[in-house]
Every structure is written in structure tokens, then in C-alpha cells.
Design a protein around this ligand. Sequence first.
Ligand code: PLP
Length: 364
Amino acid sequence: MAKLRPRPGILEIEPYVGGRSAIEGAARVIKLSANESALGPSPKAIAALQAAAASSHRYPDGGAEDLRAAIGGRFQLDPARIVCGAGSDELIQLLMRAYAGPGDEVIYSAHGFLMYKLSALGVGAVPVAAPERALRADVDALLGCLTSRTRMLFLANPNNPTGSYLAAEELARLHAGLPEDVLLVIDAAYAEYARSNDYSAGIELVDRAENVVVTRTFSKLFGLAALRLGWLYGPDAVVDVLNRLRGPFNVGTPAQVAGVAALEDLDHQERSRAHNERWLPWLAGALDEARLTVHPSIANFVLIEFAGEGARSARAASAWLEQDGIIARPMAAYGLPHCLRLSVGLEAENHAVVASLGAFARQA
Ligand SMILES: Cc1ncc(COP(=O)(O)O)c(C=O)c1O
């Protein structure tokens, strides 16, 4: 008898495991495992959510008109070229479904965001990991992976989990090396945190080419991860394709109204940015002083490398942090079993991390 079976590739997917939020037996934890906003959502977004609750029997605006207008206003973009999604994760998956299929190749940087590989497998495409240099994306290595079967190239900039980035010039060089029928997806989930002068989210590339899109999210600086809200800016043709493919009501009303309110609350955005600007270097500096290897980051997290085995390993450090109620993100799924990733937290949380890892380093 014929057996039910999923399409090729799907059973190769190791389901994505998000950052844990609880420790058995611990009443209070410091969750630093998911690159969430330390300061949480804008009070204005919370108020908008509450106000929307009573209309929960109504379908959302399928075109997310107000939200796209607000995004366009905030970032000086044409709302007609914006598509909203249930997190940028949904947009990554929609792009994959739209432009890659069985046998097609999808390039990403070896320690790039995990969802590129998983969603490529989900459509039966072949994920192709380009080697990196010192945990940084390498333009030549990425371009070196091109074949006649390449359909897409995904780059997180800044990248999760490494925190590293490609400067605007390098990004332009990457794009210049791609054939016109290969779509470059620039995933700028952490763009709002990036402060370096040579950083660009890549919007200007979208404006001058037909094969570039930029994805963004409300899950990080805007502190709305629970609502699942992301957006994409792209050429008309790509926007048209995604609007045909997406669910008619893929973004719920709570996400839409909270997104608009969060965009309007420039003070809260500035506070979140300033918080990160203060505590990211503090955290990196203090861990460095504790003789831990911290990779340079321009996002809202740090990647820490542990040289040792056994009692000095990343696994031992993770267990040590847990005893102090702190949840870090193990990195084995990213091929970095000797690393842990930690989000920038509130002031007291950052101090707790440094005290805990400092003690770990001294005993190890
Ligand atoms: C680089 C990168 N892209 C996309 C996402 C997904 O974000 P969202 O919550 O918008 O789906 C994340 C989440 O951690 C990320 O790190």
C-alpha cells in the first residue's frame, strides 16, 4: 500500500529550537537567549493592543494599509513596495517558496541565521553554506558558490549569531557579482541597533536593482516579538509575487496596531537604542576583562567563545549560568558548539552575567 510521505527535503529539517525561557526549579530567570529587546515594548504599543482586543471578532486589514503607511513614513519608503508578514520568518519562507524549488540552490553564509537553511530544505531546494573568515561573511566565498542552479542568496546583516556585518561597500560588491536572476535577500533584523558609519541596511540596493529585497522586523528593537511582525521592502515585481502567495490575513490586527504605535513612539525607540549603545560595549568589555573571548558585535547580543573542554567548555558555562538563573543560547545548531550567545539585558541582568561568567572563568 502506498504510504503517505512529505515532499523531499522536509524530513531533513531539524526543527528550529527557540531560546529557552525557563529553568526547572527556578522561580525567576534572566532570559538572554533570544535577542529580545531588553526594555520591552513601547507603552503606546501596549495601549494600542489593549484597545484592539474588543474588535477581535473582526478580520484584520489584509493589506495592512495603516501599518505600511507608518513604516513608509518612518523609513522614507514607498508603502506600495512594502509587504508585511508574521515575523520576518514568514517573509523568508514566502520568498523561498516564490523563488526556489526542488534542485535549486540557495546560498547562505556558513554561520548565518538558521532559518535560511531550514526553509530552503522546506521547499526541496539545496542549501549551500559558503565558508566564512573568522566568523564573518566572506563576499568572495559567497560568490564562489554560484552555479547555474543558484536562485537565491541570503545574508543577515548584522548576522545572528555572530554579530558581525558586511560594510555597505562589501554588500554592493556582493550584489554586483550576482546574476540578475539570483535574488539577494538582505535580512536586516538588527539594523536599528547598528551604529557603524560604514553600515547600511541595503535599502539603496533595492532602489537600484530588480533582484534585491531587504527584510526587517519588529521583534528586536521594537520589542514586539510575541506579536510576530516583520516587513519587507522590495521591487514591484517581488512585492506582487509575495502578495499573491501570502495568506490574505497573514498579519493580525494586534500586530498591526501595535506596530503603528511602536513606530510613532520615537522616544521609546531612542531609549532602546541608547540602552544597547551603552550596555553592548560594557558587556563585551567586562567579559573581555574576565578573559573570555567575545566576538565584535553591532547588534543586541554577543557571541562568546570558550576555548576549553570539560569544565571550561561552553556547555559547562551554560550550566554555570543556569545555576545563577541566567539562560544563554547554546550554539551547537549553528555549528558553533564551543560558543554561547547572550543578549544585552537590563543593567542588573548585565551585571549578573558578568559576575556569573567572571566566577566561571576564575574557577575554570
Ligand atoms: C537574522 C534574523 N533574521 C530573522 C529573524 C526572525 O525574526 P522574526 O521574529 O521577525 O521572525 C531573526 C530572529 O532572531 C534573526 O536573528
